[in-house]
Design a protein around this ligand. Sequence first.
Ligand code: AMP
Ligand code: GLY
Length: 423
Amino acid sequence: MNILVLGSGGREHAIALKISQSPKTSKLFVAPGNAGTASIATNIEIGVNNFGAIKKLVLDETIDLVVVGPEDPLVNGVHDFFLNDDDLQSVPVIGPQKAAAALEGSKEFAKEFMMRHHIPTAAYESFTGETLEKGHTFLETLQPPYVLKADGLAAGKGVLILENLEEAKGELKSMLKDSKFGAASATVVIEEFLDGIELSCFVLTDGTNYKILPTAKDYKRIGEGDTGLNTGGMGAISPVPFADSEFMQKIEQRIVKPTVEGLKKDNLPYVGFIFIGLIKVGEEPKVIEYNVRMGDPETEVVMPRLKSDLVEVLQAMANGTLDQINLEIDERAATTVMAVSGGYPEAYEKGKEITGTQNVQDSIVFHAGTKLSEGKIVTNGGRVLAVTSFGKDFKEALEQSYQNMEKIRFDGMYYRKDLGFDL
Ligand code: AMP
Ligand code: GLY
């Protein structure tokens, strides 16, 4: 099969690596890809939202399957674009159509979905510019901290957690009236604060059947001890030690099953990955958010633990035969540590030469923001590369990742040395 992966991060490198290892794969393309994907696939320099160029590529290279990495093209309707095009209709796309991608594209849509299907989540109300005063009154009925969420996609920055009522009222106004997050904050969801520890659950579905991938936990803050600004993710571990089989049962029965059944009941076709952001409150799982894709850097620990042939799994998703698949998972723990550019998640420089990756032993280097420039590998983003390792437990795996990370150098390189500190 000829396969195209859309995206350019560590997630796409991890997915592409699994696909490249399948005997079913003939040619593998990644668009636009990075220096890591260039070593296992053919990179094609087109953007993930350039549907016209994607069509040309799919037809020119007789692509048999498209895997969509990031949410953006899904929310913009790339799957619908294929279904509505006579030439592309027969090419399966892994990733939901636009209507279901709203689970990530609109927080209000996601909350209404959870309410309709009795899926445990934080209590909420949503407000617009017209109902700002009601929003202020609602905030007065809540206990701090106050959770304000821009309804739309805001590059991971649209959630504010505030201790002070007056500050919360001010932020609500600036989101609704002054477009703090542009059109994304024309509607704001105000939510009950949930106090607990977070984890992520990844589900594969063909729209009817589902399989649960290993759990993972990522570390979002830039600073050690979970301090400082939010990032895309500074590292991850899998499995999550506190997600024992009893807790996983609850997640499956109360959240995964009703989610997949709810999509079907609501007539929302879904072939793809569902990333369920969860929080463990006491002993109970509650949903914080849905994403309609895999997580990054969680994919860099989840995919390496998958022993099954990923292409077979993706084909079963596209064909509606996921019930016939038995997912084989590596029992070992996996961890990944992300190295980022100095200054990230604020302003940072690009184009710094990366050295030492060839000295890494018994770990996998997944490229994120990298590119090839005059035969050298250089930085090309905030999150640069992730070092993934296995171990009997997450501590052993982390030690391995940290040892190998010391062999890699680039100007301004930074990574957190405290992953797993909270477990
Ligand atoms: P989201 O973009 O919805 O995942 O929110 C970003 C982050 O804000 C989450 O990863 C949580 O750490 C935090 N968060 C979101 N909603 C809540 C909530 N209701 N209670 C506590 N923390 C929350
Ligand atoms: N690591 C969090 C995310 O992919 O959204």
